[in-house]
Ligand binder design. Structure first.
Ligand SMILES: *Cc1c(COP(=O)(O)O)cnc(C)c1O
Length: 390
C-alpha cells in the first residue's frame, strides 16, 4: 500500500534531512579549523519554506542565516530567529533602518549605500566586492574608495564593518580559471581593506560548491544554500558527501484510462501513441511551477515504475504513460523525491528540462500545499506543519 497522499498535489519537506545536511556541511568545513557555516534560506528556502528551513538549520548548528532581501530577513525575525543574519540585495527605497533595528546585518556595494546605512547609526554592515562575477558588489576600481569611506564611518562610530565578502562565478566547475582569479582578487581586496584600517570579523567567498570542492576558499565562513537542501551543487563533479534531498513532490492520480495506437496526447498532440496503452492524469502543471519543458522529457514514479510524461504539460495537469496498467484514481504519483525508491530526483528533472536543480525546487508553488515532516521525530504526524506555498 502506498502512503495515502492527503492532498491532490503537495510538496513534502523533511526537516530532518535539512538538519542532516547542515551537520554534514558544518563537519566538512570545520575539519581543518574553525570555519563558520551560513545556511542560505532566500527565495522561501529554495522552495522548502524559509522559516522552517531556517529553524532546522539553526537546530543543526548553522552559525548564520543568509537571505537576499531585507524583507526576507525581517520575516525571519518576525518568526523568532535572533541569530546572526545577513542580507545582501537591497534596492533603492529599501528599509535599511528597519533591518538595522532588527539586528540584521546589511551589505553595502557602494559608497552611497554605505552612507545611507551610516546615517541610521548603529548598523553592522558588510562590504561586498566584485572579484569577477560582474554582478553585485564594488567593482575593482572602487574598492579603495569603499574601504576608505567604511573606515571613516567606522572610526566615527557610525557603523561597525563586520564583514567583507564576494561570490564565485564558476565554483561548480573546479578547473575554471575564474576560481583561482577570484580567490586571488579576494585576497587582494582583504589586503587593501586592512591597509585602510578595516578589521572585519568575518571574510567569506564560498557557496555550496566551493565549500565542498575548494577548501582554500573557506576563509572564516561559507555560505551554503543548495547543499543544505540535499541537492548537489556540482553534479558529476562533487564527491558524495552523504547529502539527503529534503523535498518530495507528489500527487494523487486523477484518473487512468486506455488510449489507442494513433491517439495524440495533450495540447498539440506532440506525442502520439504508437501502440495501445494506458495513461494517467496528474493534477499538477505549470500553474504549480512544473516546467512546461518537462513535456515528453521528464518522468514520474507510479506503482514502483518510472512513467514518462506524454505530450505537453498543461497549466493544471499533465499526462503520464502507465504502460498498460490501470491504477485507480487516488494512487500516489511521486514527481520527484530523494531517489531512494527509484523515483526521479530534482536533479533528474533538471537534466530532463535543461536547467539546474535550484530552479526545479525554487520555482514550485501555486496550488501545491507544502507540508513539513520530521522523519527523526517519534510519532508520524506530531510534527507536521502545513501551509500553502503562496
Ligand atoms: C544564493 C547565494 C548563495 C548560496 O549559493 P549555493 O550555490 O546555493 O550554495 C551564496 N551566496 C550568495 C551571495 C548567494 O546569492
Amino acid at each position: 500500500m502506498p502512503d495515502p497522499v492527503p492532498h491532490r498535489a503537495e510538496i513534502v519537506v523533511d526537516v530532518a534531512a535539512i538538519r542532516h545536511n547542515v551537520r554534514i556541511l558544518k563537519d566538512l568545513v570545520s575539519a581543518d579549523g574553525p570555519v563558520q557555516l551560513m545556511t542560505v534560506v532566500k527565495a522561501d528556502g529554495y522552495g522548502h519554506g524559509m522559516v522552517e528551513s531556517a529553524a532546522a538549520a539553526r537546530e543543526a548548528g548553522a552559525d548564520w542565516l543568509g537571505v537576499a532581501t531585507i524583507d526576507e530577513a525581517l520575516a525571519l525575525r518576525a518568526a523568532g530567529d535572533r541569530g546572526p543574519l545577513l542580507c545582501w540585495l537591497s534596492a533603492p527605497g529599501d528599509d535599511f533602518a528597519g533591518a538595522v533595528a532588527a539586528g540584521v546585518e546589511v551589505t553595502a556595494y557602494t559608497v552611497a549605500e554605505l552612507d545611507e546605512v551610516a546615517a541610521i547609526g548603529g548598523a553592522r554592515v558588510q562590504l561586498k566586492v566584485d572579484t569577477g562575477l560582474s554582478r553585485g558588489g564594488a567593482a575593482r576600481a572602487d574598492w579603495e574608495a569603499l574601504f576608505a569611506a567604511a573606515a571613516a564611518h567606522g572610526a566615527a562610530g557610525r557603523v561597525r564593518v563586520s564583514g567583507i565578502w564576494s561570490h564565485f562565478a564558476a565554483s561548480d566547475e573546479p578547473a575554471h580559471p575564474a576560481n583561482d582569479a577570484q580567490e586571488a582578487a579576494f585576497r587582494e581586496a582583504l589586503r587593501l581593506a586592512e591597509d585602510a584600517g578595516l578589521d572585519p570579523e568575518v571574510t567569506h567567498l564560498a557557496n555550496s560548491a566551493a565549500a565542498i570542492l575548494r577548501p582554500s576558499s573557506h576563509f572564516d565562513l561559507v555560505r551554503c544554500g543548495i547543499a543544505s537542501y540535499g541537492l548537489d551543487p556540482a553534479p558529476g563533479v562533487s564527491p558524495g558527501i552523504g547529502l539527503r534531498p529534503a523535498m518530495t513532490v507528489r500527487a494523487r492520480l486523477v484518473m487512468s484510462k486506455t488510449i489507442h495506437a494513433g491517439d495524440g496526447v495533450s495540447y498539440g498532440h506532440t506525442w502520439v501513441a504508437d501502440r495501445d496503452t494506458t495513461v494517467g492524469v496528474v493534477p499538477a502543471g505549470y500553474g504549480e511551477g512544473i516546467p512546461r519543458a518537462a513535456g515528453n522529457t521528464a518522468s514520474v514514479w507510479v506503482e514502483d515504475s518510472l512513467r514518462p510524461i506524454r505530450g505537453r504539460v498543461c497549466m493544471d495537469q499533465l499526462v503520464v504513460d502507465l504502460h498498460g496498467e490501470l491504477p485507480p484514481a487516488g494512487t500516489e504519483v511521486v514527481l520527484f523525491g530523494p531517489g531512494d525508491l527509484g523515483e526521479p530526483t530534482a536533479q533528474d528533472w533538471a537534466e530532463a528540462v535543461g536547467t539546474i536543480s535550484y530552479e526545479i525546487v525554487t520555482r514550485l508553488g501555486g496550488r501545491l500545499v507544502r507540508r513539513h515532516v520530521d522523519s527523526d521525530a517519534v510519532g508520524e504526524t506530531a510534527d507536521e506543519t502545513e501551509g500553502t506555498t503562496r
